[in-house]
Write a new protein. Structure first.
Length: 389
């Protein structure tokens, strides 16, 4: 081979190598994307669909505002929504999709405790932080005494919520006896019922009846007839709006006139549609925030949300805004590429002013926040009182 010939071959080789290198963009290292991808694992369809829909609305609005102001560290936020269909198994599937296919750096959601409990092991495994806006069961963040290092929440917990409900029943409603009616397919409902019972008994009350149902049940009359026979002064049903709406309607049809109470799972515009405004008179539930709050940040949020969507934001929307803020603050501190660093930054969340209060995470990844009691009047949710921890 001539020398000239050899030089030509060498040159061709170099050209090919450069082309190959350029083509695969630096080998197998994760490609730095132009946007910051954040996942939303939410109940967009199914029995808890209004929860997921309001949550996603709020996060979209927050990202829209942040992007309009230039994004985070010069990059735009991109929300990738996965529907968990209000089913724990689907919540796990949605998480797998977000983490392996979409490669999001953090996830907001799901809403319900059972959905978070089913989906979070995948996030733990893939080392990507998850911030639930609203899952209130203690096990969401701590199980068997161990803090789940990639799991966080933006809301108070059910031991507090159950105590608030029980004290309201015992002190404000002056009930001495209560019945408890529990959705046994929900980790949230089972826990909250237990915390209510403990606190109500401690406040001097007596549980006179206890009945169970399952999600997707539609006929509550047999259990309600038994509860009526026990003559309780209040009935506590810590379920979700779909079943609760029918429970309230059927209770009133059966001539049960005592106050009916529940927890945050009652918060849906569908509740009044299903139960009817009249049946909802004399009912109360515990919630995370009241849209008619006088806090300037809350007012700003409520106005922006109303302008965007033509409706008043419920607690899920407000909490999702705050959960997404926790993620955004984490990304600001840790940079957009390393989910483990983002997790560490989220764990440090302190004095973060949200629309549902100020978030200070404790060592269990839980904020300590106040609750509100909501009463239903003419089918509308009316703020009654705030209860501090
Ligand atoms: N706390 C509920 C749960 O853990 C979810 C929820 C929160 C629903 C707030 C409505 C409003 O399952």
């Amino acid at each position: 081979m001539s020398k000239k010939w050899l030089t030509l071959v060498a040159l061709a080789l170099v050209v090919t190598m450069v082309a190959v290198l350029a083509g695969c963009g630096g080998g197998s290292a994760p490609a730095k994307s132009a946007t910051i991808k954040v996942g939303a694992n939410f109940e967009m369809t199914g029995g808890q669909a209004t929860f997921g829909q309001s949550s996603v609305n709020a996060v979209k609005l927050l990202f829209k505002q942040i992007n309009a102001a230039g994004g985070v560290n010069g990059k735009k936020l991109e929300l990738v929504v996965a529907d968990n269909k209000s089913e724990p198994a689907e919540a796990a599937n949605a998480m797998t999709k977000l983490l392996t296919q979409d490669k999001v750096v953090a996830v907001v959601g799901p809403v319900t405790s059972s959905d978070v409990l089913a989906a979070s092991p995948i996030a733990m495994d893939k080392k990507v932080p998850v911030v639930s806006n609203s899952a209130t069961n203690p096990k969401v963040t701590v199980e068997n005494g161990k803090v789940k290092d990639f799991v966080f929440r933006a809301c108070f917990l059910d031991p507090f919520q159950g105590t608030v409900a029980a004290n309201f029943a015992a002190k404000s409603l002056k009930a001495k006896t209560a019945a408890v009616y529990v959705d046994m397919s929900s980790d949230y409902a089972k826990g909250l019922a237990q915390f209510f019972e403990e606190a109500f008994t401690k406040a001097g009350g007596k549980i006179v009846a206890k009945e169970a149902y399952q999600q997707k049940d539609t006929d509550f009359r047999a259990a309600l007839t038994k509860i009526k026979a026990a003559n309780p002064e209040v009935i506590f049903n810590p379920g979700y709006y779909q079943e609760v709406g029918m429970f309230v309607k059927q209770a009133r049809e059966l001539g049960i006139t005592v106050p009916l109470m529940g927890g945050d799972g009652w918060d849906s515009p569908k509740l009044a549609e299903i139960a009817g405004a009249k049946a909802l008179e004399n009912t109360f539930f515990v919630n995370h925030y009241a849209a008619d709050s006088k806090d300037p940040d809350t007012i700003k949020f409520v106005e922006a949300y109303k302008k965007e969507y033509g409706q008043t934001p419920d607690a899920l929307a407000a909490l999702a805004w705050d959960a997404a803020l926790m993620v955004v603050e984490g990304i600001k501190k840790a940079g957009p590429d390393d989910s483990v660093k983002i997790k560490d930054a989220i764990a440090q969340t302190k004095n973060l002013k949200g629309v549902t209060g100020t978030i200070n995470l404790n060592a269990n990844h839980d904020p300590v926040k106040s609750a509100v009691i909501i009463a239903l009047k003419d089918g509308k949710m009316v703020f009654k009182e705030t209860v501090n921890p």
